[in-house]
Design a protein around this ligand. Structure first.
Ligand SMILES: [Zn+2]
Length: 408
């Protein structure tokens, strides 16, 4: 399988010195009880803001602030009133968006205690986080070694801290120099693997069956716990769910790091709408639906994206998934399914693996979108001449060139 470049490098390797902003978050547990009553007040203000926002049909957060601020600024430290209003406006925005799609959406309500602290209101000194409870009155939360080490790196900009009853989360951002991609990689996400295809025609299959297996194993273990008390049942489910999630996340971190370590520009398909395909009432059985929804594809995508930004200064490019598995990567005709995930092309008269074909299509689409080159995969091209220069390609595939560049 040989890859022919029909037009090369339309000014793609120019912006070497531009910076991108990488945003990450670091969290740690905490046992501070003095701030719980502030969290409770914060929750109350958020819920009151949501109620008033819905009652007066207010969309702007500054309008909401003018309705709320003077009522609560004496009860709680006034900076927290502003962050509570901003939090409520975020919730309202999400609610309005959800309601446009589904008119039966329930009115939002904050159940858990939490607190958002603006980055102007807290200080980190001597491995301790200082938070205001009221004017000139503070509580101190000790930070662990790992958090202190990460936050002491130069060039970091800290964001607003989010606290709940037993965990705190500190977001930070930093500028990263944008490198040139040393190649391109199309990735197709499947049920038990992620198939990668690069511009030299090499295929790598990243195995994900371990996640599916672990999830099924945990489901089986949970099915043996039959308690009459629903609270204990819920507690067990949470415990084992957390264990399973931790194992899955470790696996995803390892795999995504491996994928991004090559320094290539990664191209993936947009997965929006994938949950709608496999949900209750779509005619699939519960076991099949469980298998199809068994691993976190979105999570892997976002991990690959942020790790790629951290390592190389560029993120993942997403392409439309329509027809990537169904159409031939060489001629673009519709494929006929054969047994064991193989596909048959009538026009090219060859059998191709379904996943490899899809990753080839994704790569070709991504390259076209990036404007780097127009790509097509030739079955009869000469082995060993993997990447052809523009002039060679012109001689080999004049018709393809004409099709891809109608202006030239
Ligand atoms: Zn074909």
């Amino acid at each position: 399988m040989i890859f022919i470049i029909t037009s090369l490098l339309r000014g793609s390797r120019v912006n070497t010195l531009s910076r991108v902003i990488s945003v990450k978050c670091i969290s740690q547990p905490h046992h501070c009880t003095e701030i719980i009553h502030v969290m409770e007040s914060f929750r109350m203000i958020v819920n009151e803001s949501i109620r008033l926002g819905l009652e007066h049909n207010v969309t702007s957060k500054f309008m909401l602030q003018s309705l709320i601020y003077h009522r609560f600024s004496k009860e709680i430290y006034s900076a927290y009133v502003i962050t509570a209003v901003f939090k409520a406006s975020e919730i309202l925005k999400r609610y309005r968006k959800a309601k446009r799609k589904n008119p039966d959406t329930k009115k939002p309500f904050m159940r858990k205690k939490m607190l958002v602290v603006d980055n102007q209101r807290y200080r980190i000194t001597h491995s301790r986080l200082r938070l205001p409870v009221s004017p000139r009155q503070f509580v101190y939360i000790p930070l662990n070694h790992h958090v202190c080490e990460v936050l002491s790196r130069p060039g970091l900009k800290l964001g607003s801290i989010t606290l709940n009853e037993n965990k705190l989360c500190i977001p930070y951002s930093r500028g990263i120099l944008r490198k040139d991609p040393c190649g391109y990689l199309g990735i197709d996400m499947n049920l038990e693997n992620a198939t990668c295809f690069d511009e030299h025609g090499n295929t790598t299959v990243v195995d994900m069956s371990h996640i599916v297996y672990t999830k099924m194993k945990y489901r089986e273990v949970l099915s043996h716990f039959n308690r009459n008390d629903s609270r204990i049942q819920g507690k067990l489910k949470r415990k084992y769910g957390q264990k399973q999630k931790n194992r899955q996340d470790t696996y995803l971190h390892q795999r995504s790091k491996k994928i991004t370590s090559s320094g290539r520009q990664i191209i993936m398909e947009k997965l929006s709408g994938i949950q709608k395909k496999y949900r209750r009432g779509n005619g699939q059985g519960p076991k099949l639906r469980f298998r199809l929804n068994s691993w976190a594809r979105f999570k892997l995508q976002s991990m690959i994206d942020y790790k790629s930004i951290e390592a190389n200064g560029f993120g993942v490019k997403f392409v439309q998934p329509h027809g990537t598995s169904a159409r031939c990567a060489k001629c673009g005709k519709r494929l006929i399914p054969e047994e064991r995930r193989k596909m048959w092309c009538i026009s090219c008269r060859h059998i191709v693996d379904r996943d490899i074909n899809a990753s080839m299509n994704i790569l070709a689409r991504g390259l076209e979108m990036l404007g780097v080159m127009s790509a097509r995969f030739e079955p009869d091209a000469v082995q060993g001449e993997a990447v052809k220069q523009f002039k060679d390609a012109e001689q080999i595939a004049p018709s393809l060139l004409a099709r891809n560049n109608p202006s030239s």
